[in-house]
Design a protein around this ligand. Sequence first.
Ligand code: TTP
Length: 287
Amino acid sequence: MKGIILAGGHGTRLYPVTQQISKQLLPIYDKPMIYYPLCTLMHAGIREILVITTPQESNIFKELLKTGEQWGIELSYATQAKPRGIAEAFIIGESFIGSDSVCLILGDNILHGDNLSTRLQQVKKQNQDSTIFGYYVSDPERYGVIEFDKDDKPINIIEKPHTFISNYAVIGLYFYNNEVVKIAKNLIPSLRGELEISDINQYYLDQKKLHVEKLGRGIAWLDTGTHKSLLDASNFIYVLEQRQGLKIGSPEEVAWRMGYISADKLEVLAKPQIKSGYGKYLIALLN
Ligand code: TTP
């Protein structure tokens, strides 16, 4: 299975902060935002990952994340000229995906929780035609919301519903079989001119091939699109890291724990980062 991180977009809801810099390069407490979705894919056991950015910022991402070899993974890069929709990721990534299945994560989605790694690995292993995740929220009217029948099967996905459908919002993490490339190529742009990921989900739903995993209480899903949610996400990571003394979203640590890199390699990665405390943390893991 291949992985894609979609990290383009305008970030207009974060202006003026994102006028000159990509949202996904901003810090979430002590790490660049893109580290978090990257770690989610690594936790799922996905090691071949395409990072899609704006053309202007491509080099900064390349300098930050490099080839991925340092973390035992393989990173490639592509650009999206304009934010023409999330589903365009599968067209841009067509040759990268090849004949594989693919997992897409949005560059501004942060997921954290007990057992998440195991659950994602299971989803990958189950190899369903498609799997999306429904996250229980208090304000479903802000999201794409999944309606379930009495047997808990998804029957509808409604964007920003005016009346109550359910509390389960669709998050920015999607697993699809290889058919997704063909589906994306046949999409017609929506009224706002975007290739909509919701149209892809609707296609799988119509074919009765959409599987929904519900994420409940022990999982945090944070998106970071506004000033408030950006600060909330930083505070969340800060509080957890302080309390436990464990880091969230460290690719070095995930790589080491997943067995992608050796202890010696972790030490090498830690050394230049000692001054910020990040490197000290990595060294302490080894002791
Ligand atoms: P959005 O929140 O839809 O867009 P945005 O982040 O550019 O923000 P704003 O609404 O403030 O202008 O995107 C969610 C994520 O998906 C984000 O990480 C950017 C990414 N994205 C793309 O890379 N390309 C796209 O065409 C779209 C629609 C989103």
